[in-house]
Design a protein around this ligand. Sequence first.
Ligand SMILES: NC(=O)c1ccc[n+]([C@@H]2O[C@H](COP(=O)([O-])OP(=O)(O)OC[C@H]3O[C@@H](n4cnc5c(N)ncnc54)[C@H](O)[C@@H]3O)[C@@H](O)[C@H]2O)c1
Ligand SMILES: O=C(O)C(=O)C[C@@H](O)[C@H](O)[C@H](O)COP(=O)(O)O
Ligand SMILES: [Zn+2]
Length: 372
Amino acid sequence: MSERLIVHVPLDQGRDYDIVIGRGLLDEAGARIAALGGRAAAIVTDDTVAALYSERVRDALEAAGLRSGIVSVTPGEASKSYATFAQVCDGLLGHRIERGDLVVALGGGVVGDLAGFAAASLRRGVRFVQAPTSLLAQVDSSVGGKTGINSPLGKNLIGAFHQPRLVLADTGTLDTLSAREMRAGYAEVAKYGLINDSGFFDWCETNWSGIFSGGPERDEAVAICCRSKAGVVVRDEREDGERALLNLGHTFGHALERLTGYDSARLVHGEGVAIGMALAFRFSARLGLCPGQDAGRVANHLALAGLPTRLAQVPGGCGDASALLDAMAQDKKVREGRLTFILARGIGRSFIAPGIDAADVRAFLDDELRDV
Ligand SMILES: NC(=O)c1ccc[n+]([C@@H]2O[C@H](COP(=O)([O-])OP(=O)(O)OC[C@H]3O[C@@H](n4cnc5c(N)ncnc54)[C@H](O)[C@@H]3O)[C@@H](O)[C@H]2O)c1
Ligand SMILES: O=C(O)C(=O)C[C@@H](O)[C@H](O)[C@H](O)COP(=O)(O)O
Ligand SMILES: [Zn+2]
């Protein structure tokens, strides 16, 4: 096996795992997954990723002595649904995945969240491996054990914490990712700088195009984000505190995803997060918490990378302030009916702000919707 970047996630009770990062890693998937034990490993994927990579992974698993099978779903956010969850669970049962066997999530964050939740539920819990193939999944969703599906009432409202046993991030797979999905994943990359690492945000401003083009910056960025996320997850696995910082931009972003009907043709998660982060910084500036200059720098950089930063950029619109507030009322960070936002005192200086006054948010949104 070649030299790889490895980020270890030192969780307790024997649940620690490695995130392995590098080009061509899918060819090593058989040996690396077989080393976890079990007799079978079923691949959960989507139709786009299946056409590109599933046979390669299945062959690698079978060559390593694991019985395999494939369950493939329709690509896109709409597949994080009750109906597709049932399809995946029944598909896995059809492949006779036993308690000692494995589920392999091969795809973007949609597949990872869905397959992870199916693994958490199947026979009350089987082990799973994340093989993320989108930038977003490699830098964020494959790590940390949040799994789940959407409800018509809100994003990720049904789910479980279930940590993977291994993450295999083959950064070569990003060569086939569309430019739009690359940009969407980049929003979560920039997020890690904005939360608590202004040096990384500076680095992103200089090096972002190398991530897109597949230079050495790509693997480096994946490793930096995974290291950052692993640290947070180990300190606060169940989001009793610090982990909420990873939600920067998501209170607004998740509301936008719900209001666009989880329709990936209109808005994908990373685009919602990009708008949400720009809003979180502008809202922080409006409250006098953060220099307006920093809010401007955030929006400028995201826009330079081709991401949306304003509500007016949501295709087909996103409703009015009341609709947005109604959607945000379902946010999992709501406490005693009051909104919690992740706000910022500057780039790399984000903090958890509970008890935010809905009237302040409404006035802010009204202005944003008028684009003033
Ligand atoms: N669990 C977490 O911690 C966490 C973190 C961030 C985001 N998420 C979730 O992740 C989801 C978004 O993930 P995503 O952005 O990866 O979306 P996605 O899974 O829909 O993938 C994006 C698109 O790219 C295609 N694709 C994936 N890999 C490809 C490849 N290598 N080549 C060609 N096409 C490829 C997919 O078929 C899909 O159409 C959202 O549901 C979001 O809520 C979860
Ligand atoms: O891992 C986390 O914690 C995150 O918040 C990462 C986010 O990027 C991700 O979108 C996550 O799924 C959002 O979590 P949720 O609890 O708000 O649904
Ligand atoms: Zn996210």
